[in-house]
Design a protein around this ligand. Sequence first.
Ligand code: ASP
Length: 316
Amino acid sequence: MTAQQLDSTGRLRHLLTLEGMPRPVLEGLLDQAQACHDSAIGRTTDRREVLAGTAVCTLFFEPSTRTRSSFTLAAQRLGADVMSFDASTSSAKKGETDTDTLRNLEAMGVRGFVIRHPDDGAVARLAATVKPETCLLNAGDGRSGHPTQGLLDMLTIRQAKGTDFSALKVMIVGDVKHSRVARTDLHALRTLGAGEIRVCGPANLLPDDDTLAGCTVGDDLDAMIEGVDVLMMLRLQHERMSEGLVPSLEAYHARWGLNAERLRRAAPDAIVMHPGPINRGVEVTDEVADGPQSWILRQVANGVAVRMAALQAVLG
Ligand code: ASP
């Protein structure tokens, strides 16, 4: 997948994964996203011509709020023609395959596809079938990857803590096993040289493969949160659990939920992140989600900037 997303000159051809993405490419995307920030939040309109005349389609086979709307806005702010495809109201319902769907839209002249899919590796599989001028951006595939979420998370950490991650203690909390966000963030944090990565959650929600290699892993949030600079809270991914892995939401919250009292054990200037959608009162309390240390809505704003940078990188 790593080889598939770069062309022979090392330029980004598709955005499929952050796993194995060379550090200069990853940092280049973050720098570009920072440069897009004012345009992303609508303060300037200086990038309107960048993708003028280029058609971009958001092709979602799974629900989305933030990713889809911010990709749409990002493409519009770059001047692209944007169309949106929703599997629940299309011929996918009549049994058309995802490959045929993509080929038909490609035949209409769409050059950029932003794809969300329930299957691991689906976007890379589709990338192997497209025309040389067509570019795919992974907007989340199964439990595997969500590269623009990883990028927006790294941009948020940079804004809060600076570009040198070597002294940072970052902690990921919750349902890592089913989370493409956690997997993606772990790749990016390692590439950017995060000082210490702690991962905390119930043992049955932590992966037992090499996903957590090099991390400090445990289930005692009260002990592990001491001195942490960045807290990344994850949603319980009920839709990807084959059985009830959590006895009750109350019991989960009591041990792994973030409340104001627990947050006081982290570094005084620690930031709290969550990819959304939040289960309020489960992963985080209202007081924390809406409190002064929450960077959750800044993550959302950064999502537009990062998606502008990603679209420009592959299509520009
Ligand atoms: N929105 C993120 C995703 O699509 C996180 C989540 O759903 O929990 O992976």
